[in-house]
Ligand binder design. Structure first.
Ligand SMILES: NC(=O)c1ccc[n+]([C@@H]2O[C@H](COP(=O)([O-])OP(=O)(O)OC[C@H]3O[C@@H](n4cnc5c(N)ncnc54)[C@H](O)[C@@H]3O)[C@@H](O)[C@H]2O)c1
Length: 267
């Protein structure tokens, strides 16, 4: 159901790899709501992902950018403003990758070189893209910047490994940079803490399928889907949420407020 909530707005969506990606769903919903977008992902994702097809479907330009590279980000923001014909109204950061998780390193035996790379990709890239956009004055007044996160930033989920610290850092960047963006141009910065979702990044976490079922039972509304997350992103990019900033917003079917769910004991 489209309501033209983003009519006339322009944005950049980071992180659509394939149809399962949360960013993929967000891109589709934003265009459905009248936005014009540029899609971006790491150069390597151009080769094996489906982002080019998504670009064709949505009539959106695809610009490769490694989100850890300032040079790539500068090029991305400059080109996006040229293509879209002006400053941007919204940006989605939907990027996460842990080298230690990928290489099956346990939390008590982490390689620190990889941990630093993980933080750079999954969290510092958020600061880097905001700082690049800030310096280029690339975001319109009352714009909206969002990143996706997970509740392991606040609570312990042992198999989430070093991504827990990545998400804590990411959420902190939203609060700190949110102040500066608000003062500069009334731009808001928030993170959405999403339910476990069956995607490439999600299913990389050990025991993900069992955990997905556990979270679904713990959440009175059930796990929130990536389509529902896309709806929530649209609301936060729209003019209906202009005074929401520097927040970590749970989009998790109630999971974060639960202590005990009788459904778990029934098995
Ligand atoms: N899937 C879940 O269970 C879940 C839950 C809560 C939050 N999240 C978060 O949602 C976001 C999106 O993940 P997803 O689940 O859609 O998985 P996904 O694997 O589809 O998306 C992750 C994206 O990060 C991109 N990426 C990796 N390194 C990059 C780099 N150097 N530069 C630019 N892009 C890079 C990948 O190409 C990919 O498109 C992540 O931040 C993830 O942590 C996911």
């Amino acid at each position: 159901m489209a309501n033209n909530l983003l009519k006339g707005k322009k944005g950049i969506i980071f992180g659509a790899l394939d149809e399962k990606s949360i960013a993929w769903q967000v891109a589709e919903r934003c265009v459905e709501e009248g936005a014009e977008i540029v899609l971006t992902n790491a150069p390597v994702a151009m080769r094996f992902g489906g982002i080019q097809q998504l670009g064709e479907k949505l009539n959106a330009e695809v610009i490769p950018a490694d989100a850890t590279s300032i040079e790539d980000l500068e090029n991305l923001f400059t080109k996006s403003m040229e293509i879209l014909g002006g400053k941007l109204d919204f940006v989605l950061h939907s990027i996460g990758m842990s080298l230690n998780v990928r290489k099956k390193k346990e939390y008590t035996d982490l390689k620190y070189e990889w941990m630093q790379k993980t933080f750079d990709i999954s969290a510092i890239s958020f600061h880097k893209l905001m700082q690049t956009a800030y310096k280029q004055d690339a975001i319109n007044e009352w714009g909206s910047i969002l990143a996706l996160t997970y509740i392991a930033a606040q609570r312990t989920f042992p198999d989430y490994n070093e991504m827990a610290e990545s998400k804590s850092l990411l959420e902190s960047f939203a609060r700190s940079f949110g102040y500066h963006w608000a003062k500069k141009a009334n731009v808001r910065v928030n993170t959405i803490s999403q339910s476990p979702t069956m995607t490439t990044a999600g299913s990389g976490v050990k025991g993900f399928t069992d955990f997905f079922g556990y979270a679904d039972k713990m959440s009175p509304l059930g796990n929130a889907s990536s389509e529902a997350c896309a709806d929530y992103c649209v609301s936060l990019f729209s003019d209906l949420t202009r005074y929401v900033t520097m927040q970590n917003l749970f989009h998790d079917g109630g999971f974060s407020s639960m202590g005990m769910a009788p459904e778990i004991l029934e098995d």
